[in-house]
Design a protein around this ligand. Structure first.
Ligand SMILES: *Cc1c(COP(=O)(O)O)cnc(C)c1O
Length: 466
């Protein structure tokens, strides 16, 4: 099985990026609950033939959709070790918890947070953002709100993020019971960064209307175009307005490891909390999200519960005062920290930083190819590793459909897998270079296919104008 997976990674270039799931295979997965065991080898064969060829393809170098990491052999082996150990990281006196704590110390160091900062592995940035909102909420309303609830929200809390913020920020506000009406989506400037004048006006207007601003959520690397909000300016605002300053750095925060990008994240070290993913730019296998919180006590106070069966002792397995389960909603927790710990140590931060810089270089190469081709149009500035563009055709009214169809064709051909988004109202082909395996070869191959499918589809358009 190990050999199969090493072969899979080694020869992944020879495979299609993605292929549709055959109906016959999908149907087999409606079989009822098995009563008798089946030989491991038989189930393994089913995995090889029915599952492995039909994943979304984010390990493949031609995968450029959304923002997804590619994984590494080191991460895979660490997963195997973690599964074998089957540690439960809810708490207790054990080295796996110490590994997670070392990760926290490393993140404190990377983001220049104090020793009193807390951190926790979670599934992803969606949950990390949610945890941050809950801490900010408890801070704004007082810890008594954990008991009394916020049902009627008499203080009328309001939060701020840019229109480019990920949808999970709004979802976090919803799940926190604050209601998405209370999230102000601030317009962006020409660089897709939160417009600071609009932010100032929105906060003023809300205060005048008797609302209680409590949080600014900046983004370090927006999912659409890779924009980084002016984090220093947001930190100033949050400080003078006494608001919680959260940063959604899902993929961008770990660019702190890249020497050429780190200066652009200036201000991140002043955040109250940072949410990010090891499973994106750091290539740690799914899932491995993380929340780092400056005020570790506020974090603890938001989640800790006292239950007799989870009582802390002075000796034995139940020793220790603060356990990971005191910092989030999960009691049972897997050993996610191990794969991040292995990745950082085996590759080293220098090499990981260079890998991140390299993906941005590949994106700039794609940008140059687009700018040098009159049949293609760049739709947004290339800030980091995300390139939004489209194929041009004289029939302007059908450009959105045409470009969407090009992306369908790309996926179904298995040649490349960008995704789509909307930029300035236009449908854009969006290539996010996150996978460490992606290079110029994949870019050239994707662009050749874009032109080829574009030409073929536009013949249909010219023949049947709408
Ligand atoms: C991916 C992403 C998220 C969501 O993270 P998950 O790990 O998928 O939960 C949030 N914000 C941004 C900017 C992202 O890129």
């Amino acid at each position: 099985m190990l050999d199969d997976m090493f072969d899979y990674m080694q020869h992944i270039r020879e495979r299609p990026v993605w292929q549709p799931v055959p109906e016959g295979i999908r149907q087999r997965y409606h079989e009822s609950l098995p009563r008798e065991g089946v030989a491991l080898e038989e189930i393994h064969q089913r995995f090889l033939h029915e599952v492995m060829p039909y994943s979304a393809g984010n390990a493949h170098p031609g995968f450029m959709g959304w923002v997804q990491g590619g994984g590494t052999p080191v991460g895979m082996l660490a997963e195997l070790l973690a599964a074998g150990l089957n540690a439960n990281l809810g708490g207790r006196d054990q080295m796996p918890v110490e590994v997670e704590k070392q990760m926290t110390r490393w993140m404190q160091e990377l983001f220049q947070f104090p020793d009193s900062a807390s951190g926790l592995f979670v599934t992803g940035t969606s949950i990390a953002n949610f945890i941050a909102v809950l801490i900010a909420r408890a801070k704004a309303l007082g810890l008594a709100s954990r008991k009394t609830g916020i049902a009627s929200n008499p203080q009328r809390l309001v939060a701020y993020a840019s229109v480019g913020a990920h949808a999970c920020v709004s979802q976090a506000i919803d799940m926190a019971g604050i209601g998405t009406d209370a999230l102000r989506l601030i317009p962006v400037n020409e660089n897709f960064e939160m417009d600071l004048d609009c932010l100032r006006q929105a906060i003023q207007a809300d205060r005048l209307a008797g609302m209680t601003p409590f949080m600014i959520a900046g983004t370090a690397g927006t999912v659409d175009v890779g924009a980084i909000d002016n984090l220093s300016a947001l930190a100033d605002f949050a400080e003078s307005e006494e608001l919680w300053f959260h940063i959604d750095g899902a993929f961008g925060a770990l660019a702190m490891l890249a020497k050429d990008i780190a200066p652009r994240l200036k201000g991140i070290e002043r955040a109250d909390s940072i949410a990010f993913d090891f499973h994106k730019w750091l290539q740690v296998p799914y899932d491995a999200g993380y929340i780092l919180v400056r005020d570790g006590d506020a974090h603890f106070d938001t989640f800790a519960i006292s239950t007799s069966y989870l009582k802390r002792e002075t000796r034995g397995i139940a020793a220790g005062t603060k356990w990971p389960c005191d910092f989030g909603p999960d009691l049972s927790r897997g050993f996610r920290a191990l794969k991040a710990w292995f990745t950082i140590q085996v590759y080293g931060t220098e090499r990981l930083g260079k890998m991140i810089s390299h993906t941005c270089e590949v994106a700039r190469y794609l940008q140059r190819q687009i700018e040098g081709n009159p049949r293609l149009e760049l739709l947004a500035p290339v800030n980091l590793n995300i390139v939004c563009f489209r194929y041009l055709h004289e029939n302007q009214t059908q450009l959105d459909d045409l470009n969407r169809d090009i992306v369908f064709e790309l996926h179904e051909s298995g040649l490349a897998a960008p995704s789509t988004t909307r930029v300035h109202g236009h449908l854009a082909i969006r290539a996010a270079i996150v996978n460490h395996r992606t290079g110029k070869h994949e870019i050239d191959r994707m662009l050749r296919a874009v032109i080829q499918f574009g030409d073929r589809l536009s013949v249909d358009i010219s023949a049947n104008p709408a």
